[in-house]
Design a protein around this ligand. Structure first.
Ligand code: GDP
Ligand code: MG
Length: 324
């Protein structure tokens, strides 16, 4: 049976009907930041909000991809469908992560209950923050039960991506020495679950002690969720069942703490509205650069009749006036 070709009129319905090809196409439109994509995403939005979103973060090489792959298997065994987004800024340089994700993809290729999408960064970190939420919406509208987001936990951009999640899992690895301990300071702000992956390595006991101490010293109130520490060996899937249990426990906790759940939801949308708005402003300014009045202001700055600050101010006021 041949289907009618994909177009902007039918793509949303096709995505809602779980059409993989339509979803892939829409995601590509998102990546290319096409004008036509926003109205489509706006239509899709009312069909989202069902999936549970899990963020998996940690340094490059911590074992995120390996762990995510095992987690997908575990979740499938528990009857859950899984969408997965791999955001890895190292990929364009090493090529390794994308290649690895292709291999992963193949393992699940025959399983329509799994959809894996790699987000390449092209050195544009702000871009991934903007496209990832949209891709989450697409997977959510396709009615995947769980959406896993794998991201490197280094920059602000990646931390922002984790803010999309209901449950944030932060991977730690033993034996990396004292120098990285400082970077753990902010970990409790984002981690709902702490994983010690590569628990087969030397230094496991010490890292466990450190993380537990950090949690004990943490600023938790009576009613707060305290992150558990879970040990895994992703390469042999040890501890993955405990991790899945802990994820569902945290999700249940959110369900019974509606105030916290609201906070997570507000944070997520608050963040995304800001990103979209900033993207829009960037686009408007970019567009303005080709205008005649931009050239006029430019010439006045060249002859030092006005300063660049005044020029920018004047141009901004034109834009704001025009939008009224
Ligand atoms: N010894 C050991 N190696 C692991 C474990 N988990 C992952 N690895 C290895 O660590 C390397 C990096 O894994 P990868 O999943 O690509 O890390 P990512 O960069 O965080 O996605 C690979 O060679 C994995 O086989 C583990 O639990 N124990
Ligand atoms: Mg990876």
């Amino acid at each position: 049976m041949t289907k009618t070709p994909l177009n902007t009129d039918n793509i949303i319905q096709r995505v809602l009907d779980k059409d993989i090809r339509a979803a892939g196409r829409l995601m590509r439109w998102v990546d290319d930041d096409l004008d036509k994509v926003k109205p489509l995403l706006a239509q899709l939005f009312e069909h989202t909000g069902h999936a549970r979103i899990i963020g998996i973060t940690g340094n490059p090489g911590a074992g995120k991809s390996t762990l995510v792959n095992q987690l997908i298997k575990e979740l499938r065994q528990r009857g859950k469908t899984v969408g997965c987004i791999a955001v890895d800024p190292t990929s364009p340089f090493s090529g390794g992560a994308i290649l690895g994700d292709r291999v992963r993809m193949q393992q699940h290729a025959l399983d329509s209950g799994v959809f894996i999408r790699s987000v390449a960064t092209r050195g544009n970190l702000g871009g991934i923050s903007r496209s990832t939420p949209a891709i989450v919406h697409i997977l959510d509208a396709m009615k995947f039960d769980v959406i896993l987001i794998e991201t490197v936990g280094v920059g602000q951009d990646e931390v922002d991506i984790v803010r999309l999640a209901d449950t944030s899992v932060v991977l730690n690895v033993p034996g990396l020495g004292d120098d990285i301990q400082a970077s753990k300071a902010g970990i409790l702000e984002i981690a709902d679950l702490l994983v010690i992956n590569k628990a087969d390595r030397d230094g496991m006991q010490r890292l466990r002690r450190e993380l537990r101490t950090m949690i004990e010293l943490g600023d938790f109130e009576e009613n707060d969720w305290k992150p558990p520490v879970i040990e895994t060996i992703a390469t042999s899937s040890q501890g993955i069942d405990n991790l899945a249990d802990a994820i569902f426990k945290h999700l249940e906790w959110l369900d019974t703490h509606q105030d916290q759940k609201h906070e997570v939801e507000l944070e997520r949308h608050h963040h995304y509205i800001g990103l979209v708005a900033m993207g829009e402003i960037e686009r408007i300014v970019q567009h303005e650069r080709a205008s005649e009045r931009w050239s006029e202001q430019l010439e006045k700055v060249r002859t030092r009749e006005i300063s660049p600050y005044e020029a920018a101010q004047t141009l901004l006021s034109y834009i704001i006036e025009a939008k009224r």
